[in-house]
Design a protein around this ligand. Structure first.
Ligand code: VGL
Ligand code: ZN
Length: 194
């Protein structure tokens, strides 16, 4: 694996590591609990170098259109202000973490952390050019966030040891990784970062 030295212009993006996507949550991702310990290593690295850390969260109103009872495909999850929407207690977010709430409007689904949020402006304001992305879920919010990151021309690294997929179809996670590669994202893991 190609070694990468992180430095000014790099940011860590932690996608939706929230209780409802973890064991016991309403939309639990298989092995989702494994991403927090992995992400904590990236957090320590970025924190030690004084680099920005962004944590996104699904932050739905109770009547969100993605919920089955409102015509969507998901059980109710990550309702703003409920325990299910809280970040995992296993995730060691530093106090300076920039929090990005998404899919906050009843009639709008937003898998991407760029959609309907201030993320792009904040990244630009901070002079960020390279993104290191991990979290949940590989085949939904991580995929769509990486897609938009590439559309916005960020050099984008997917943290393969810090993502897990919903896998509604068994191959979804693998296909999502392939699509990200096609879009020019690169794959890396903690052992490659300095
Ligand atoms: C997500 C399904 C529904 C995700 C969010 O964070 O990947 N998946 N809402
Ligand atoms: Zn959602």
């Amino acid at each position: 694996m190609k070694k990468i030295t992180i430095s000014a212009g790099d940011a860590l993006i932690i996608v939706d590591v929230q209780n409802d996507f973890l064991q016991g949550g309403s939309l639990a991702v298989k092995h989702g609990e494994q991403v927090a310990p992995a992400l904590n290593r990236y957090i320590a690295l970025f924190q030690a170098k004084g680099l920005p850390i962004f944590a996104t969260r699904d932050w739905h109103p109770a009547n969100h259109c993605s919920f089955r009872e409102h015509g969507g495909m998901w059980p109710p999850h990550c309702v703003a202000g409920t325990p299910g929407a809280d970040f995992s207690a296993q995730l060691e977010l530093p106090s300076g973490t920039h929090i990005i709430s998404k899919a906050t409007l009843p009639e709008q689904e937003a898998y991407s952390a760029f959609e309907g949020t201030d993320l792009d402006r904040q990244l630009r304001a901070a002079g960020v050019q390279r993104l290191f992305v991990g979290g949940l879920a590989t085949d939904y919010c991580v995929l769509h966030t990486v897609k938009d990151a590439r559309l916005h021309n960020y050099q984008t690294f997917l943290l393969t040891d810090a993502v897990r997929a919903v896998n509604m179809r068994a191959e979804d996670g693998r296909q999502a990784l392939e699509e990200m590669l096609r879009l020019g994202a690169q794959m890396t893991e903690i052992a490659a970062l300095r």
